[in-house]
Design a binder for this molecule. Structure first.
Ligand SMILES: [Zn+2]
Ligand SMILES: [Zn+2]
Length: 294
């Protein structure tokens, strides 16, 4: 049995380079694999490892006063979900725009528990913003959420100004995979003058594990950044598939990277089209791909 851990903590880290070097040694000694980002503003990670290794890692982190209260979301899996271990130093934990005011340690949107979030959704008076990117939205999202027209997180500030600039006092609910992007997003929104902003505490992953909500009102699957690609969230009978095949628009939940190595575009594809298009996103890519493997 293996675990996948997902976690973050906004806390000042004085020397990220030194911290990252020591942290890499800790992870490697435990046989963990995954991706950990370190910045002066904190730490953000997702790793897989044996249950014993993940337990030891959590204990080591909680023994450090900076991470004593760090929340770990824990999934059970049958094997590693990453190939290698990366610990990287970055300017920001999630790439937003360093020049914009957004400091989660100062002010962020009010946190809603899964139960509070579901009740707030059911009231039907709030604008629900998906705090992720378009391809994550396409395989699954909260019912009624707005699909932000962004390909990367750093496009959010402009998108918010253009699309929500006249909604500064409206109730706004934001959510993302594990919660960290909403910390940045809602912090930015509060600096922009939004007065009624809420974030789903612990993100979609925690919502899917909550025994009371059981992931209700989530449609499709939740995109994750490891080899699983997407995981189940809604464990109620009211489940819907929202992903559609790029080629024929029939329902599907299979993401595939285009077989043209120069393209590699991740796209949703149904079983029939996967065969017909030879795992490519277009006829043009099929032509290119056929010359690559000879
Ligand atoms: Zn199809
Ligand atoms: Zn392609």
């Amino acid at each position: 049995m293996y675990n996948v851990l997902l976690y973050y903590q906004f806390v000042p880290i004085a020397d990220p380079e030194v911290f990252a070097a020591e942290h890499r040694l800790l992870c490697e000694s435990l046989g963990l694999r995954g991706r950990i980002l370190v910045a002066t503003e904190g730490l953000n990670g997702t790793v897989s490892g044996s249950v014993a290794a993940c337990d030891a890692y959590r204990a080591a982190m909680h023994a450090d006063s900076r991470f004593a209260s760090m929340v770990f979301k824990i999934d059970e899996v049958v094997e590693h979900t990453f190939k290698k271990m990366f610990v990287r130093v970055k300017q920001e934990l999630v790439t937003f725009r360093a020049d914009l005011p957004s400091n989660p340690i100062d002010a962020t949107g009010a946190r809603l528990t899964p139960t509070e979030w579901k009740e707030r959704m059911e009231r039907g008076d709030a604008i629900i913003i998906d705090g992720r990117t378009d391809y994550e939205f396409d395989i699954g999202h909260f019912r009624g959420a707005i699909r932000p027209d962004v390909e990367s997180f750093r496009e959010f500030p402009d998108w918010i100004r253009q699309n929500l600039g006249d909604k500064k006092d409206a109730p706004i609910l934001t959510y993302c995979t594990g919660g960290i992007r909403c910390e940045k997003l809602t912090s930015f929104m509060i600096h922009e003058g939004f007065t009624n902003v809420f974030q789903l505490d612990g993100g979609i992953v925690s919502y899917g594990k909550d025994p009371d909500t059981q992931g209700a009102l989530w449609d499709g699957k939740c995109y994750v950044f490891d080899e699983r690609i997407a995981v189940d969230i809604n464990h109620t009978p009211d489940k819907r598939i929202v992903g559609t095949c790029l080629h024929c628009a029939s329902p599907t939940e299979t993401y595939l990277n285009c077989a043209n190595l120069l393209c590699n575009r991740q796209h949703l594809v149904c079983t029939e089209c996967e065969t017909q298009f030879q795992q490519c996103c277009s006829v043009a890519c099929m032509d290119v791909a056929s010359t690559q493997n000879g």
